[in-house]
Ligand binder design. Structure first.
Ligand code: NAD
Ligand code: TDX
Length: 374
């Protein structure tokens, strides 16, 4: 603690403490105590894996905007990672390490210097997992195992990012939604490897006392999402003068949440979630794929039926639906983007304004879909 006469950021005590802290690899933050003294305490240091991907990058922006934490991003920069997604972050509070979450030496070294690990890195696209499951097994299973062993050695708090797809799918008219106690029943190589990684986390909590939480979220949309995924693919098709591509009948239902609401939920769980617990994240956003395509077309001033129906995905899950009561009641989370149409309009505006971000991926992605009649 220091005295109030050093209240300004340029005060000598503050300057000295910051310098000493920095030389010891510790960033300090200040808070005023009730009795008027200033207190200096270490800033929380996050290791965010997959921070150059869609949700990871949004989380890094959210974390740096809403806390005084520092962030190390560990990302392999696969086809899905994009350095441009990390542009414009506050100076000196974020660094990127390009590497693999399945590299035990690198992971051990990075985890050693952190207070908290949030693990987003994954192979994330179902269609790719049908073409070649092997990187899914390697990154999603071996990568998670590698991180768990490192947090076990170092006693580091760990949060695991997962998906509602681990629960399989629901009938369209099923009144039940997924809860934290729904049995696992994954369908695709992607969801099977995510389910396996969740089970590894649960076992490491129970067997080794690892300080971990898990969240399973529904389908995200928003800025920085790769054009291989449903919503950005259709938006950019229309912006390019083409047509949306709907798999099968388009009756399949996804439960959409804006990525910013996902980030806020994850931050809350890292701060106040109970160790060993799973939290489901969802914003009551169920829509059929056909409804979403029609909404995109009308927001872009096209006829609502100006889409193509293409070859369906093998094993295509019919419906996902999340009951997020536990997160809402226990941690007080609620979505800010409750209006899907408004969130979609914002997302369309983002893709219209950021063509330079998505253009390099577009033609290769469409060529790969064309081979499959999609
Ligand atoms: P994404 O594909 O956009 O990004 C993944 C990131 O991980 C990329 O930056 C990539 O370079 C990196 N990565 C891949 N393999 C790596 C490796 N071996 N080592 C280090 N980095 C590696 O994925 P996303 O949509 O942002 O998903 C992030 C996480 O959220 C995933 O765990 C996914 O399962 C989960 N999730 C996604 C959604 C969704 O709707 N997109 C919903 C629920 C859960
Ligand atoms: O061109 C398309 N046309 C189409 O009809 C694409 C790419 C998809 N679809 C359908 C398939 C799904 O029913 O749209 C729906 C959404 O597809 P994706 O964007 O591929 O998402 P999904 O398979 O539902 O998985 C997503 O949500 C859960 C993420 O990709 C996962 O990482 C997350 O775990």
């Amino acid at each position: 603690a220091a005295r109030q006469d050093d209240a300004s950021h340029s005060g000598p005590v503050w300057r000295t403490l910051r310098r000493v802290g920095r030389s010891a690899g510790i960033s300090l933050r200040r808070a005023t105590c009730g009795d008027g003294r200033l207190e200096f305490s270490p800033v929380t240091r996050y290791l965010v894996t997959g921070g150059a991907g869609f949700i990871g990058a949004n989380f890094v922006h959210h974390l740096l905007a809403h806390t005084d934490a520092t962030v190390t991003v560990l990302d392999k920069l696969t086809y899905a990672g994009n350095l441009e997604s990390l542009a414009g972050l506050p100076e000196g509070r974020c660094r990127l390490v390009v590497g693999d979450v399945a590299d035990p030496v690198l992971v051990d070294e990075l985890v050693a210097g952190q207070d908290l690990v949030v693990h987003f890195a994954a192979e994330s696209h179902n269609d790719n997992s049908l073409r070649d499951p092997s990187p899914f097994v390697q990154t999603n299973l071996v990568g998670t195992y590698t991180l768990l062993e490192a947090v076990r050695r170092h006693g580091t708090r760990y949060h695991h990012i997962s998906t509602d797809e681990v629960y399989g799918d629901l009938e369209l008219d099923d009144p039940q939604r997924f809860t934290e106690t729904t049995p696992y029943h994954p369908s695709s190589p992607y969801s099977a490897t995510k389910a396996g990684s969740d089970l590894l986390v649960r076992a490491w909590v129970r067997s080794f006392g690892v300080q971990a939480t898990i969240s399973n979220c529904s389908n995200n949309y928003g800025p920085y999402q790769h054009v291989e995924k449903f919503i950005p693919r259709q938006i950019t098709n229309v912006l390019d003068g083409g047509r949306p591509k709907l798999y099968g009948s388009g009756a399949n239902v996804r439960d959409w949440i804006h990525v910013e609401d996902h980030s806020a939920a994850v931050l809350l769980i890292t701060a106040r979630g109970r160790i060993g617990e799973t939290y489901l994240i969802g914003a009551d956003g169920e829509r059929s794929n056909r409804e979403v395509v029609e909404a995109i077309l009308s927001l872009l001033g096209r006829p609502r039926d100006a889409y193509d129906q293409v070859t369906d995905r093998a094993g295509h899950d019919l419906r996902y639906a999340i009951d997020a009561t536990k997160l809402r009641t226990e941690l007080g989370w609620q979505p800010v983007y409750a209006d899907f149409a408004a969130g979609l309009a914002d997302t369309i505006a983002w893709y219209r304004d950021h063509e330079a971000w998505w253009r390099p991926q577009k033609s290769g992605t469409e060529a790969a879909y064309a081979v499959l009649g999609q």
